[in-house]
Design a protein around this ligand. Structure first.
Ligand code: CTP
Ligand code: MG
Length: 237
């Protein structure tokens, strides 16, 4: 029987949000942002352990009390220069802390997506459990897509047919994820599924929802705060 583990890369600096501290530590609903994702995985009975990947220079993690999660939480200070490097370093470090088999599932989830709901997480795990390849939460593109010039003038309109926006969690077997990320160009990929696609696999696109957006720009903070304050993330399908 395969086990499932969460891996949360949290070694970024949050340059686009432009705040003094890395965005995973910005306060949302009274907690550091990363607390919310950890909490959602902690509540999921099928998740055996949660691995958080921090920068080797991280000085903020230890300023908070994480003891409520201690029976499931493992912290690894092996983040790299890119998200892909942080995930791969984390995957390689995992076996020294827990017993892990090649067939076990890894759910990689951005620390910067605090509004993932338990229902969405369970839905993804249900949909992928019997899948040969694995997959990810994603949503069909809703807006009209423009190809623009460097000077922000629209050249033409691109078809949005069959286009999806990738979210996280992204759920793959341990051995496939290690193989894919080892062969990927870490400076060019921004998610795990693209490394798997490069090996000619076709990850399953599991319908997510827009509340699970990635907090990227300063204006995203107010929306995330609202969703978390209202407990909204657990009210939607
Ligand atoms: N991440 C990481 N290691 C890196 C870069 C990113 O672990 N070297 C993590 C971030 O901490 C975040 C997730 O990957 O949880 C998604 O990345 P992103 O939203 O791009 O966060 P940042 O890289 O921190 O932000 P920015 O790109 O604006 O600098
Ligand atoms: Mg980044």
């Amino acid at each position: 029987m395969s086990k499932s583990f969460a891996l949360i890369p949290a070694a970024g600096s949050g340059s686009r949000i432009g705040k003094k501290r890395p965005k995973q530590y910005l306060t949302l609903a009274g907690k550091p942002m990363i607390h919310h994702a950890i909490h959602t995985f902690y509540r999921a009975p099928r998740i055996a352990h949660i691995f958080v990947i921090l920068s080797p220079n991280d000085e903020l993690w230890s300023q908070y009390d994480w003891s409520e999660f201690s029976n499931k939480l493992v912290v690894l200070n092996c983040g790299g220069a890119t998200r892909a490097e942080s995930v791969l370093n984390g995957l390689r470090a995992m076996p020294s802390t827990v017993n892990i088999s090649n067939q076990d599932w890894i759910l990689v989830h951005d620390a910067a997506r605090p509004c993932l709901s338990s229902k969405q997480l369970e839905f993804l795990m249900d949909e992928i459990a019997d899948d040969e390849t694995g997959g990810l939460l994603a949503i069909p593109v809703a807006d009209t897509l423009k190809r623009g010039t460097m000077h922000h003038r629209a050249i033409n309109t691109e078809s949005r047919e069959n286009l999806w926006q990738a979210q996280t969690p992204q759920m793959f077997r341990y051995h496939l994820l290690v193989k894919a990320l080892s062969q990927a160009n870490a400076s060019q990929i921004t998610d795990d599924a693209s490394a798997v696609e490069a090996l000619q696999y076709h990850p399953k696109l599991v319908l997510g929802n827009t509340l699970n957006f990635k907090v990227t720009y300063p204006q995203d903070l107010a929306l995330a705060e609202l969703i978390l304050q209202e407990g909204e993330k657990n009210c939607t399908p």
